[in-house]
Design a binder for this molecule. Structure first.
Ligand code: ASP
Length: 310
């Protein structure tokens, strides 16, 4: 994505970093640089103590696998759970589903404050840093929209034409209700009923297949979200002038792909996940506030890619 996040005056960057995290840019860069090489990063994905990872991931000086190892553990639990189908695992699954709903509610209550927080943050950032920030954000929006368009027309178009032997334009035309619903609701889950109807009525898919694939895919297949998460992390790293090593970039790719599976199909579902990935590579999680003002329109667009990709 080139250097879309760069271009901020170093003094302005320094004061923003101080205000957000109480740290200096150079200490953050130093911390980010202290991270391990990519072989160690890959090895650390296998958790030694997932509970310690959950509790201590963001503690200064913690050297375990952190959030990545925790994601790996969660994925592994999910696979094992899917393989053991008994009365007792069903109780555990119900418990997890209940816990997930409670956490989502907590996030949605907290998000009610977001519009006020974002307005205040954008105001203070622009007041401190000047209109430069607006240009940098404009570049960010352009990069995200171009990458999503490339995924939709390049990658999906190629797969449809070459492997499925279907004209992509006809396919997108048949999918128009799904695309419009996803765009207007920003939620893969809310779009699910429309996607089920279109798959059966327009695309003539066998219900047995479409019901299974679409229901699972509404949360587990989020290509647009995975791309977005990666771009935001790179953008904010550039914004704060933090150089990411190859190992850290591999971490971002892995985390974005796994997180794409785990991200809830609701508006803004990826935001908490982005904060986790940011922190795991040493970029201030608070920085997410900078992109929140433009997130909604990008959320609408990435949700279209998510549901079309299923
Ligand atoms: N809104 C997205 C979806 O529902 C998730 C996200 O990226 O925030 O698919």
């Amino acid at each position: 994505m080139g250097e879309a996040g760069a271009g901020l005056d170093p003094a302005a960057r320094e004061s923003l970093m101080q205000a957000m995290t109480g740290k200096t840019v150079s200490s953050a860069v130093e911390n980010a640089g202290k991270t391990k090489d990519w072989v160690q990063t890959l090895l650390d994905i296998i958790p030694r103590n997932p509970f310690a990872d959950a509790a201590l991931a963001f503690e200064d000086g913690y050297h375990g696998g952190g959030i990545l190892a925790l994601m790996f553990f969660a994925l592994f639990v999910g696979v094992a759970l899917a393989l053991v189908r008994s009365e007792r695992t069903r109780v555990f699954e119900e418990w997890l589903a209940g816990f997930y709903e409670v956490v989502m509610k907590m996030i949605s209550i907290a998000m009610k404050l977001a519009p006020y927080g974002v307005a205040a943050l954008v105001f203070s950032v622009v007041a401190k840093l000047g209109v430069d920030v607006v240009f940098i954000l404009g570049k960010f929006v352009l990069v995200v929209l171009s990458v999503l368009a490339l995924q939709m027309f390049g990658v999906y178009g190629f797969i449809l034409r070459v492997f499925v032997k279907v004209n992509p334009w006809k396919f997108f035309h048949r999918m128009r209700d799904v695309i419009l619903t996803a765009f207007s609701t920003s939620s893969s889950n809310v779009t699910l009923p429309t996607a089920l109807r279109v798959a059966e009525e327009e695309l003539k898919l066998p219900p047995k297949i479409s019901r299974f694939v679409l229901t699972l895919g509404a949360t587990a297949n989020q290509n647009g979200t995975a791309l977005y998460e990666g771009i935001v992390v790179l953008f904010l790293a550039q914004f704060f002038g933090i150089e990411l090593s190859i190992g850290q970039q591999a971490t971002v790719v892995f985390a974005a792909v796994v997180a794409g599976i785990g991200t809830a199909g609701v508006p803004g579902g990826s935001l908490p996940v982005i904060v986790l990935i940011l922190q795991s590579v040493g970029v201030p999680g608070e920085g997410i506030g900078i992109i929140l003002g433009v997130d909604r329109i990008l959320d609408m667009s990435r949700t279209v890619i998510n549901v079309t990709g299923i």
